[in-house]
Design a protein around this ligand. Structure first.
Ligand SMILES: [Zn+2]
Ligand SMILES: [Zn+2]
Length: 253
């Protein structure tokens, strides 16, 4: 039912606003090939915790290392550049699923440029089932699948979509102003799902008790979502937990 509603909504939107490249207004794609090629990826990565120190592939700096379970975060672009805010809005709130392809390409490029070590498995940041029902798709899962199929030519890194579950229904991080509130919002929001088929697949891996994970999400703000996911994964056998996102949204206050 919701799916039909979503599709109808997209159809109506397409009729009202014909598709054209958000950057150059030409072509019938939201992001044309030409503009995609000319997008400027960030030329360096910083520590995801303090965001001050430049580090190799976005590793934690020496000062922050002891305070976080996330080992590194690759950020592809600046949120304010290249109309990325508009693309992300269309993708998340206007349900334009096809945008996962150009956005996925952007993440893959950024990971390859950064020199991030290749992970054993990829996990999309899960949605609460209520939000999944509302949106009809997990935007991070589509990105994760694209990354899995395109990061290492000829080899698909397995995507474990339900190894983590989000059991706390929380307001979207983007709608919460204060840094401390965002952190509180995420506290204990995720759980490791031993009953999932992903867990069964994990047990088949050679490194099932010391695996390296890449968490994929669309946008990160304070990083609390990724830090929380990393904490749960480390409690359950993960050796290294990396993250990759399209952009980091700056805090307003
Ligand atoms: Zn264009
Ligand atoms: Zn730091």
């Amino acid at each position: 039912m919701l799916k039909i509603f979503t599709k109808t909504k997209i159809f109506i939107l397409d009729t009202l606003f014909p598709i054209s490249c958000l950057s150059c207004n030409k072509d019938d794609a939201w992001l044309c090939e030409n503009c995609l090629e000319n997008i400027n990826l960030l030329s360096f990565q910083v520590c995801p915790k303090c965001e001050d120190t430049v580090t190799e592939y976005g590793q934690l700096c020496r000062n922050c290392k002891t305070t976080s379970d996330l080992d590194a975060l690759v950020v592809a672009l600046k949120y304010q550049d290249n109309h990325i805010d508009k693309f992300v809005h269309l993708y998340k709130y206007r349900f334009v699923e096809d945008l996962h392809i150009p956005l996925g390409k952007i993440i893959v490029e950024a990971i390859l440029n950064s020199g991030l070590p290749m992970p054993d498995i990829i996990i999309p940041v899960p949605l609460h089932k209520r939000r999944l029902r509302w949106r009809g798709f997990n935007q991070s899962e589509l990105l994760a699948k694209y990354v899995s199929q395109n990061l290492t030519p000829g080899f698909e890194i397995p995507v474990f979509s339900n190894l983590l579950t989000r059991h706390k229904y929380t307001p979207p991080q983007m709608k919460i102003g204060k840094y401390a509130d965002r952190q509180k919002n995420m506290r204990n929001a995720f759980a490791f799902n031993h009953k999932s088929d992903s867990f069964q697949q994990l047990e088949q891996l050679e490194h099932s008790n010391k695996y390296n994970v890449l968490l994929v999400d669309d946008i990160s703000t304070t990083g609390s979502t990724l830090f929380e996911c990393a904490k749960v994964l480390k409690q359950n056998g993960a050796k290294k937990v990396f993250g990759a996102v399209i952009a980091r949204q700056d805090m307003k206050n």
